[in-house]
Ligand binder design. Structure first.
Ligand code: ADP
Ligand code: 5SP
Length: 545
């Protein structure tokens, strides 16, 4: 840790994502000085998770105590490496979006009286009224979604109000399911947190608010007034609107607000300064947005467990397929997002079946040695997809549904092409719908686990006909959270938070498009769209996996 000895101030950003807890530490000039992770399946195997979750049909959840325990494990790793905790000025964080945590009535006492001589997990065993937290991969609430849209006046009304039509993973629908299926657990709940505000709560030792950006992924927040919408609270709580409002408390509009000092537990156990501050934590996608000064013509594509696309917008522009979310630190701004459930885990599935190689080497060899074939298109919805709402694996050769491609290795290329064609189709629609963003995509910034794969990223450049750039660091969401912490420190010192050149020089160009390939992809897109319609139909009637 000697490189940290001369630095006066450090800022921590966490990311409690699907498969890992990640940490990024930056110093005053926004350079990353330290990164660490805890991998849930590998380092906490006693919870029995697979890829960070426990699945039961469409129900997907994570034991809340796993997340609690992972925090001590991560901080202990830093302590062993003699990390200078006392230099940390502000902590912020991010979390996988939409997941919900249900605190019991005992929780406020348990949180405030944490004893540093015992692990967090032993002390918070009775702090939850629901033991398994539903996560973003859950798709068990279709009934609640349809009900919500019906009672509010339709999907479009809901999208205009909350930024999104009803989605299964959105927290309001998860709460509605709990109220109906387990009213007892609902009444035993004193507070409902999102994953982000849950982690902030642990650091504060008292409840942290839900920030408006992560709160935009709940189907409960009016993104214009930035307050909970009473009608929606009413529908999602079986009429117990007042009770749900209490359990959510006020949403936090100021993403840079000092919420309080770090709890004594972390001071005594790890050596944080008593004066170390906590600011609101936000969703992983809003935090990723903060990592970059996205300009018109630039988009961010995250290739993590989920694949997401982020586009900055000055005004809300909800569509039936995208989400509009409040910006995490610029109060009057918004951003648009697309989210795909079939991201890295589906790529891994195809890799395992066709290359039987966990290192990605053979997968990349196939990508390297193959070329796009216009007539061969596949759709790979291993999990119930969000956009389009479809499930199953479907392959087409010259528009005919086939059991397998002539060369089965083509699946490796087809899965990547199909994922990126779907993004291109939808981004083009979003750009067309928004008057202010008429320009062509010039630069794609790529982040997340699969972004380190140069072959995958090369296909991204070809499909979009645009340059692909990467920035420093392994984790954009925890980096964004650390930048948020640094920004809050500057704001406190009344220094300008605009124009801080924290990232431009840290980008590197990773792929240039081959326009011959782009022409082929452009010529496929119309057909892709037609075949996708067919797949949606097939998926509603048949099982294809
Ligand atoms: N070289 C690689 N090529 C393709 N995918 C990769 C590579 N390295 C890691 N990944 C994928 O990254 C995923 C994890 O991404 P990450 O952004 O860390 O996820 P999360 O934040 O959701 O926990 C893994 O599931 C893995 O499939
Ligand atoms: O559901 C969404 C966004 O709407 C997901 O993007 C989650 O936020 C999980 O993110 P990762 O763990 O894949 O980064």
């Amino acid at each position: 840790m000697s490189k940290l000895d001369n630095l006066p101030n450090l800022y921590i950003g966490f990311d409690l994502s699907t498969q890992q807890l990640k940490l990024t530490v930056i110093e005053d000039t926004y350079q990353i000085v330290f990164e660490e992770t805890v991998h849930f399946d590998k380092e906490l195997p006693h919870y029995g998770t697979l890829n960070g979750v426990i699945s039961n049909g469409e129900t997907v959840a994570c034991p809340t105590l796993l997340w609690v325990e992972s925090l001590d494990i991560l901080l202990q790793k830093l302590k062993t490496k003699k990390f200078p905790f006392h230099k940390v000025r502000i902590i912020s964080g991010a979390g996988q979006q939409h997941g919900s945590i249900y605190w019991s009535h005992n929780a406020p006492f348990l949180l405030s009286s944490l004893d540093h001589s015992k692990p967090l997990v032993d002390q918070l065993k009775n702090a939850f009224s629901v033991q398994q937290s539903p996560t973003w991969q859950d798709s068990s609430t279709s009934e609640q979604c349809r009900e919500l849209e019906k009672l509010i006046g339709g999907a479009e009304v809901l999208a205009n109000l909350t930024g999104s039509k009803a989605y299964e993973r959105f927290t309001g629908n998860q709460i509605a399911k709990l109220c109906k299926a387990n009213p007892n657990a609902f009444s035993q709940t004193s507070r409902i947190s999102l994953v982000s505000s849950f982690l902030a709560t642990l650091f504060l030792g008292h409840y942290a608010p839900i920030d408006i950006s992560d709160g935009s992924g709940m189907n409960l927040l009016n993104i214009h007034t930035k307050q909970w919408e009473d009608k929606l609270l009413n529908i999602c709580s079986c009429g117990a609107e007042g009770k749900l409002k209490e359990k959510l408390d006020e949403p936090e509009i100021d993403g840079l607000k000092i919420l309080g000092n770090v709890h004594e537990y972390f001071v005594k156990k790890y050596g944080f300064s008593e004066d170390c501050k906590i600011i609101p934590f936000t969703g992983d996608n809003p935090a990723t947005l903060i990592s970059f000064n996205i300009k018109p013509g630039n988009i961010v594509i995250s290739l993590g467990t989920s694949d997401t696309v982020l586009l900055y917008t000055s005004k809300p522009c909800p569509t039936s397929e995208s989400h509009t979310l409040c910006h995490p630190i610029i109060p009057a701004s918004y951003f648009s997002m697309l989210c795909y459930k079939n991201g890295s885990l589906t790529r891994e599935h195809i890799r395992d079946i066709y290359t039987k190689d966990v290192t990605w080497e053979r997968f990349n060899n196939v990508l390297n040695s193959s070329k796009p074939i216009k007539s061969q298109i596949g759709f790979y919805f291993l999990f119930q997809e969000i956009v389009p709402f479809a499930k199953g694996i479907y392959k087409f050769d010259s528009n005919k549904l086939v059991k397998e491609f002539v060369d089965e290795n083509y699946n490796v290329r087809a899965v990547i092409e199909s994922q990126f064609l779907s993004m291109k189709l939808r981004i083009d629609k979003l750009l067309k719908d928004d008057d202010e963003k008429k320009e062509k995509i010039q630069r794609i910034i790529v982040v997340g686990g699969a972004s380190k794969n140069d072959q995958i990223v090369k296909i991204l450049a070809d499909v979009f006909g645009a340059q692909v750039w990467r920035n420093q660091g392994e984790n954009s969401a925890s980096m964004g959270a650390a930048i948020k912490a640094r920004t809050a420190f500057l704001k406190r010192e009344c220094k300008s938070i605009i124009n801080s050149n924290y990232n431009e020089e840290n980008f590197s160009l990773v792929a240039e498009p081959d326009f011959e390939n782009t022409k082929i992809y452009d010529s496929m897109i119309e057909n892709y769209q037609e075949l996708e319609k067919l797949v949606i139909q097939l998926s509603s009637t048949e099982k294809y996996i």
